[in-house]
Design a protein around this ligand. Structure first.
Ligand code: 1CP
Length: 346
């Protein structure tokens, strides 16, 4: 136990293993919950929805109330950063995000940070409102996309591709690519500093598409920008822990942990959890890594998968989570079962 810290997830992030691991789930708020869909039905525009504190507060709290998870994650989206930098971002029903792609210096120069803080101010109101409403043992996680993952959307103009334009820019126009990454490092740092100052107690950097980075570019695209953000945040707020989630980073995981300076690493379901934990530098916790498909399936096979992870990680600084986000068709009852199994209440 670390003296003076009451929330289990903060204990783990300061290096102290817990009797039972704290649990929260990536994408624990969202479309698999009927109470989310009911609120979302009244709002046409997803960005406006994220930037309306009353709605975002309510949606952040929904999984805490329903399941008793150990942490809330701020309801927002990684694409609010390009939106606040003036890039056109739209969420097309059934198709996902669409952005006006940035492929040359002229488009990059059109980004504008003069209104960045103002546009994102409602997110800080959400954080304050959530903190005021959360039970005392539940922590609030703020987040942002890591520069590479946000850049994939900004360059490609959409998700789900092979990131061809993004990889081509990183290889063929390294200076242009570096300028975009630099803009994102600065914007993300100021956004996360504001989240801490509004009341976020932990931060997670989502690098969901780290697995698409060619190995020789992993340092410039993922490790170096993440390290710069971590360093700047630590300099101002040394006690706020940071979780990095470089999804599908495979063989880079240990190096990522050692060189970025994060306090914990999110492990995806393709990676051996115990192997990842053993490869961490001293004091770095791990988080993960149940296959979201197992949560979708439920039943005895899910129970076994959950208990296997809990038993394997006993005695280590560990946070239970999925290997990626909750899938949309997941029955909420399966989530309730998972949380009560991890918490030893099943
Ligand atoms: O219409 C709707 O209701 C929109 C669905 C939705 C939701 C609920 C989107 C669009 N974003 C979100 C919320 C969200 N996004 C949260 C907060 C909720 C929570 O976690 O409980 C968070 C942390 C994110 C982060 C996010 N957005 C990531 C990183 C995590 C991950 O899943 O890898 C990414 C890649 C996005 C981009 C995004 N936002 C939304 C969509 C459809 C996408 C594209 C995903 C893709 O390209 O596959």
């Amino acid at each position: 136990m670390v003296a003076g810290i009451e929330k289990p997830i903060l204990q783990v992030l300061h290096g102290a293993a817990q009797q039972r691991p704290p649990v929260w789930l990536m994408r624990q708020a969202g479309r698999y919950l009927p109470e989310y869909r009911a609120l979302r039905a009244n709002a046409k525009n997803f960005i406006e929805f994220c930037l309306t504190p009353d709605l975002a507060i309510e949606v952040t709290l929904q999984p805490v109330r329903r399941f008793g998870v150990d942490a809330a994650i701020l309801f927002a989206d990684i694409l609010l950063v390009p939106h606040a930098l003036g890039q056109t971002v739209a969420f097309v029903e059934g198709e996902g995000p669409r952005l006006e792609p940035i492929r040359d210096a002229a488009a990059l120069d059109r980004l504008d940070d003069t209104r960045f803080t103002t546009i994102l101010a409602p997110v800080m109101e959400t954080i304050k409102g959530v903190r005021a409403a959360l039970p005392s043992e539940v922590a609030l996680i703020g987040f942002a996309g890591a520069p590479w993952t946000v850049a994939t959307y900004m360059i490609e103009g959409q998700g789900g591709s092979d990131y061809e334009h993004c990889r081509a820019m990183a290889w063929r126009e390294p200076e242009l690519f570096a300028r975009l990454i630099d803009r994102l490092v600065d914007a993300t740092t100021s956004y996360l500093l504001a989240q801490i100052e509004a009341g976020a107690e932990v931060l997670q950097l989502f690098d969901s598409w780290a697995g698409a980075v060619p190995a020789p570019l992993f340092d410039v695209a993922v490790i170096a920008p993440t390290a710069r953000i971590v360093k700047a945040l630590n300099a101002r707020h040394p006690h706020i822990p940071i979780i990095g989630f470089p999804r599908a980073a495979g063989s880079h995981l240990a190096c990522y942990a050692a060189r970025t300076g994060v306090d914990a690493v999110g492990v995806d379901h393709m990676t051996d959890l115990l192997g990842a934990a053993d490869a961490m530098p001293k004091g770095v916790a791990v988080q993960g890594n149940l296959d979201p498909v197992l949560l979708l399936s439920g039943g005895a096979v899910m129970d076994r998968g959950v208990l296997h992870i809990v038993e394997t990680m006993a005695g280590r600084p560990f946070i239970f989570n999925l290997g990626h986000g909750v899938m949309q068709p997941t029955p909420p009852e399966h989530v309730a079962r998972l949380v009560s199994l991890v918490q030893g209440k099943a």
